[in-house]
Design a protein around this ligand. Structure first.
Ligand code: MSP
Length: 509
């Protein structure tokens, strides 16, 4: 059985990981957990991109060899993923022999087939973006005369490159790419970002340089050791090299990437795969970018948000939740502690956390923690109605609409709060009429069951808190949460009793 294969970009190791890297990796983890929860076998790949001029220079500045430098920073990424409960199945580093060998194998095969050929390159190069630019794409600045990187988020000065190097026949694949985009409209997602790619490919494609003559820190070109493979050609192949030797992984089901590297993944990468005769990934999804308090994160501004700082204050689960709740996946958004706090207090401390505390306290005070049986187990069985929204939730998750999925969940949380407020079980328990007590018990029974189900839906986003919530609601022993389906099918592994505890999400002031 083919596994569901999800990937993140492999991150450059010139600097420590920040919230932007965490965003993509958390999203991929949420998707991986969602599929695993459903019983699908998953292969989740992340890793680090370690070659190229940018790394060579960063290592030099740090007074280390590129490999020493790569070892240290790659480890920082790994540690952060551990801290954020990222459940990757494989972690690839482009300096590993399994990857370098594959790059050389494919490069040699494409030389043989004529898709890679020797030529002369004259143009401009952005070291920070590791991107080639033509004279036309990067005209001289009218004031300074300098050529700057056309990427609006970069704008660094370009260096002139004049060298004989190897080219990939990207131009040959224009028609096939267009035909593929047409035949499979979901391949490029979301639509608005796909459309940008489509019009750029329609404009025509030029062959691209795929080796560097003067860069030492890279994979040597087979039989031409003066050249190293262009770092993007090398890096993109990680998705295949990590899957090689296993027949249940490739093609990827989804590559999740940031919008700034969509061109590489949506045009160059599929053309490379076509040239290599390999199947294409099923979907390439480009999400948007976070700014921080209205500003782009940058070295000069020194405003990189450190995930450790945020999780120290808000916890890992709330951080994971916020990233995917706050901005629709695919759009851009702004990060600030203020919005995080507002979201935390509203959604987590109030809506969900208070609801859990209320039912726990009521059951503890009035029923000594035992959840009574419903007097009529079938009549208006509210948890079934709630569970019927699983399909809606799952459809959002399948199309990577994480904020949509959380929207479905929080609309149910809202309904539960309304029911509790309007039926006021604390009053019903004080009534002398036994029917009122029955009504209160039925309400609590329903809310507990709904929360157990919701815990299954939220698990991919907040695995620790949901395991804790389900354990306290008597349905599960720490450490894993149950899926909504498991809850409804009565796969109880917990002690059945409701155990009240401290607030799940203590309010932040
Ligand atoms: N090494 C290349 C990718 C090669 S993949 C074959 C690279 N690395 S990177 O370290 O620069 O990471 C870029 C990725 O980090 C983005 O595509 C995105 O996934 C994530 N982000 C970095 N900054 C970000 C924001 N400010 N906002 C959201 N995500 C961003 O490019």
């Amino acid at each position: 059985m083919k596994k569901f294969y999800v990937t993140t970009p492999i991150y450059y190791i010139n600097a420590a990981p920040h919230i932007g890297h965490a965003y993509t990796t958390v999203a991929a983890d949420v998707l991986a957990r969602f599929y695993r929860h459903r019983g699908t076998a998953v292969h989740f790949l992340t890793g680090t991109d370690e070659h190229g001029l940018k790394i060579e220079q960063a290592a030099k500045e740090a007074g280390k060899s590129p490999q020493e430098f790569a070892d240290a920073v790659s480890e920082k990424f790994r540690q952060l993923w551990k801290h954020l409960d990222i459940t990757f199945d494989d972690y690839i580093r482009t300096t590993e022999p399994r990857h370098e060998d594959k790059v050389q194998e494919i490069f040699a095969a494409l030389i043989k087939s004529g898709d890679i050929y020797k030529g002369h390159y004259s143009g401009y190069y952005c070291v920070s973006d590791e991107t080639f630019w033509t004279e036309k794409e990067a005209p001289p600045d009218h004031k300074t005369g300098k050529r700057l990187c056309p990427n609006p988020d970069c704008h660094r000065e370009l260096s002139l490159v004049e060298e004989d190097n190897w080219f990939f026949k990207l131009s040959k694949y224009q028609e096939r790419l267009l035909a593929h985009y047409k035949a499979d409209p979901d391949f490029l997602s979301p639509k608005h970002r796909g459309n940008e790619i489509l019009s750029r490919v329609k404009e025509g494609l030029q062959d691209i340089s795929v080796s560097r003559a003067k860069v030492k820190w890279g994979v040597p070109v087979p039989n031409d050791p003066e050249h190293t493979v262009y770092v993007w050609f090398d890096a993109l192949l990680n998705y295949v090299s990590a899957a090689s030797g296993c027949d249940d992984i490739w093609p990827a089901d989804v590559h999740i990437v940031g919008k700034e590297i969509y061109w590489f993944h949506a045009a160059i990468w599929p053309a490379m795969l076509m040239a290599a005769g390999l199947p294409l990934p099923l979907k390439v999804f480009a999400h948007g970018w976070w700014t921080v308090e209205g500003q782009k994160m940058s070295k000069s501004k020194g405003n990189f948000v450190d995930p450790y700082e945020i999780t120290r204050e808000f916890g890992v689960d709330a951080f994971r939740f916020f990233l995917l709740r706050e901005m629709p996946f695919g759009n851009d958004g702004d990060f600030s502690i203020k919005t995080l706090k507002i979201r935390y207090n509203a959604d987590l401390a109030n809506d969900l956390g208070n609801l859990v505390s209320r039912v726990e306290n009521l059951i503890d005070a009035n029923m000594k923690g035992a959840l009574p049986a419903r007097s009529n187990p079938e009549k208006d069985f509210y948890p079934k109605q709630v569970a019927s929204r699983t399909a809606e939730y799952a459809a959002c998750m399948e199309r990577l609409d994480f904020s949509g999925a959380l929207g479905v969940i929080w609309s149910v949380v809202g309904q539960l709060n309304e029911r509790v407020n309007s039926e006021a079980p604390w009053k019903l328990f004080k009534s002398k009429d036994p029917a009122d007590h029955e009504k209160a018990k039925t309400l609590l029974f329903d809310v507990v069951w709904c929360l157990r189900i919701i815990g299954g839906w939220i698990e991919p986003f907040m695995p620790r808190k949901m395991a804790e919530m389900q354990a306290r609601l008597g349905v599960r022993q720490y450490p894993d949460a149950l899926s909504a389906e498991d809850v409804l099918q009565g796969k109880e592994k917990g002690i059945g009793k409701i155990q009240k505890g401290p607030p799940l999400f203590p309010r932040k002031t």
